[in-house]
Write a protein that binds this ligand. Structure first.
Ligand code: HEM
Length: 88
């Protein structure tokens, strides 16, 4: 997947609540590896991120009807890459 596109999608759609990989709504549910391992349904992997982005969860909106498949794949790959490399 395209990490440059993923960063653009993230900045335009996710950073409102997840700037710097944080979570301004539920503070401990960050996008960092340890939090994803603990809280993300399905565990720390690209498929689980893709599912949550597509369907939403709780106060997080669903993106399945606002982003196309390539954009969702790209942003999921970007979040996984950032978290796995401890880049945020
Ligand atoms: C949780 C990604 C947009 C609010 C999460 C998680 C991921 C994620 C991977 C799981 C984090 C964890 O459990 O530690 C994204 C992406 C977005 C996006 C890639 C853009 C496409 C947003 C926006 C908001 C938001 C705009 C606020 C309006 C939340 C909340 C949670 C969450 C409240 C916790 C959900 C729960 O477990 O109850 N997000 N998010 N997200 N996100 Fe987002």
């Amino acid at each position: 997947a395209d990490l440059v596109l993923g960063a653009e999608v993230f900045n335009n759609n996710c950073a409102a609540c997840h700037a710097g990989g944080q979570n301004s709504v539920i503070n401990e549910r960050t996008l960092q590896k340890g939090a994803l391992e603990q809280y993300l349904a399905g565990g720390f992997n690209v498929e689980a991120i893709t599912t949550q982005v597509t369907n939403g969860k709780g106060a997080m909106p669903a993106w399945g009807d606002r982003l196309d498949e390539d954009e969702i794949a790209a942003v999921a790959a970007y979040v996984f890459d950032q978290a796995s490399g401890n880049k945020w």
